[in-house]
Ligand binder design. Structure first.
Ligand SMILES: NC(=O)c1ccc[n+]([C@@H]2O[C@H](COP(=O)([O-])OP(=O)(O)OC[C@H]3O[C@@H](n4cnc5c(N)ncnc54)[C@H](OP(=O)(O)O)[C@@H]3O)[C@@H](O)[C@H]2O)c1
Length: 280
C-alpha cells in the first residue's frame, strides 16, 4: 500500500528500518527483509550501515524502480557544500544513482544551508523527495516559511505512548507526511505486554506489534519497524487484513502520555550531546 507525497511521489506506507542493526549483520538482515516483501528501506549516514544496505539491494535483483530508499544527513555534515558531498557519499555507499527520500536527520546545526543544497539536488533529479526528521511544529513551519520546497516527510517518534495527533494535523495542513520512528517505542514502557494492546490483538488474532502498526497505518502514519528476525519481519508486514474499530482506536488513544520516551530535542543538554556526535 502506497501513500502519495506532496510532490506526487508514491511511498510505501510500511517500510523497514535498520537503526541499531550492526553493520556486519545488516546485509543479511536487509536481504531477509527484501525477501519477506519489504520494498522501502530506511537508513541514515549515522547508522554506519549504508554500504551493507547497498550490497543487499544490489544482490537482491529487485528492479530499482520497485524500491524506495531513504537515508539521512547527520548534524556534523550540515552546510551547502558539506551536505552535497555527504549526499554523494551516501549515494555511493548505497550503490545507487538516485535516492527516493533524503532527510535532514535532526533540526540542529546549519540545517537551512543543508536544505538549500537538498533543494538543488532535488531540482537536478538526484532525489525524488526531500524531507526532515525530528522537527517540532515550530521548526517545521519556520523551514517551510523561508524556503521553496515544502518537506515531503517529517519522520518523528510516534507510538502509542507518544501519539502526536496535533503535530500530525499541523503537518497535514502543510502537506507534510508524518512518518513514525520507533513505532514500538523499541519495546519501552512494556509495550509488547501492554494489557490494552494485548486484548485488542486477541480480538483480531493479531500480536501487539501488528495492532500498533495497524493503528498507525489507519491514522495515515507511515511506519518503518525494525527487526533482525525473519519471523517478526513477516509478522510486521501482515497488517492489512484487519481493521481496528472506533472503540479500539479510542482505547489506544487513551495510552498517550504526550511526551517522548527517548529524548527532548529542546533540552540544551541533549542538543549539546547530539551536536557533538561524530559519525566519521
Ligand atoms: N529519524 C530518527 O531520528 C530515528 C530514530 C530512531 C529510529 N529511526 C528509524 O525508525 C526505525 C524503527 O525504529 P526503531 O528501530 O528505533 O524501533 P522499533 O521499530 O520501535 O522497535 C524495534 C524493536 O522491536 C523489536 N521487534 C520488532 N518487531 C517485533 C515484533 N513483531 N514482536 C516483538 N518485538 C519486535 C525489535 O527486536 P528484534 O530486532 O530483535 O526483532 C527491536 O528491539 C529505525 O530502524 C530507523 O530506521 C529513526
Amino acid at each position: 500500500m502506497n501513500l502519495t507525497l506532496n510532490n506526487g511521489v508514491r511511498m510505501p506506507i510500511l517500510g523497514f528500518g535498520v537503526f541499531q542493526v550492526p553493520d556486519e549483520q545488516t546485509e543479511q538482515v536487509v536481504t531477509d527483509a527484501l525477501a519477506a516483501g519489504y520494498r522501502s528501506i530506511d537508513t541514515a549516514a549515522s547508522y554506519g550501515n549504508e554500504e551493507a544496505v547497498g550490497r543487499a539491494i544490489a544482490s537482491s535483483g529487485i528492479p530499482r524502480d520497485e524500491l524506495f530508499v531513504t537515508t539521512k544527513l547527520w548534524i556534523q555534515h550540515t552546510g551547502v557544500d558539506t551536505a552535497k558531498r555527504e549526499f554523494d557519499k551516501s549515494l555511493r555507499n548505497l550503490g545507487l544513482d538516485y535516492l527516493d527520500l533524503y532527510l535532514i536527520h535532526q533540526p540542529l546545526g546549519d540545517y537551512y544551508s543543508s536544505w538549500h543544497a537538498m533543494q538543488e539536488l532535488y531540482g537536478e533529479g538526484l532525489i525524488r523527495a526531500i524531507g526532515v526528521s525530528n522537527f517540532h511544529p515550530d521548526r517545521l513551519v519556520d523551514l517551510i516559511t523561508h524556503n521553496d520546497v515544502v518537506p515531503a516527510v517529517n519522520q518523528v517518534e510516534t507510538h502509542p505512548f507518544f501519539q502526536r495527533a496535533a503535530d500530525q494535523q499541523l503537518m497535514r495542513e502543510h502537506g507534510v507526511q508524518i512518518e513514525s520512528w520507533g513505532p514500538f517505542a523499541e519495546g519501552r514502557n512494556d509495550l509488547f505486554t501492554n494489557p490494552t494492546l494485548t486484548e485488542i490483538g486477541k480480538a483480531h488474532g493479531k500480536s501487539v506489534a501488528q495492532v500498533v502498526l495497524r493503528w498507525l497505518i489507519q491514522r495515515d502514519v507511515a511506519v518503518i519497524p525494525k527487526s533482525v528476525r525473519p519471523d517478526r519481519m513477516a509478522e510486521n508486514l501482515d497488517v492489512f487484513d484487519f481493521d481496528l474499530t472506533a472503540d479500539e482506536l479510542a482505547r489506544i488513544a487513551a495510552l498517550d502520555t504526550g511526551s517522548s520516551l527517548f529524548f527532548d530535542h529542546r533540552d540544551p543538554a541533549m542538543v549539546t550531546w547530539l551536536g557533538g556526535r561524530r559519525v566519521d
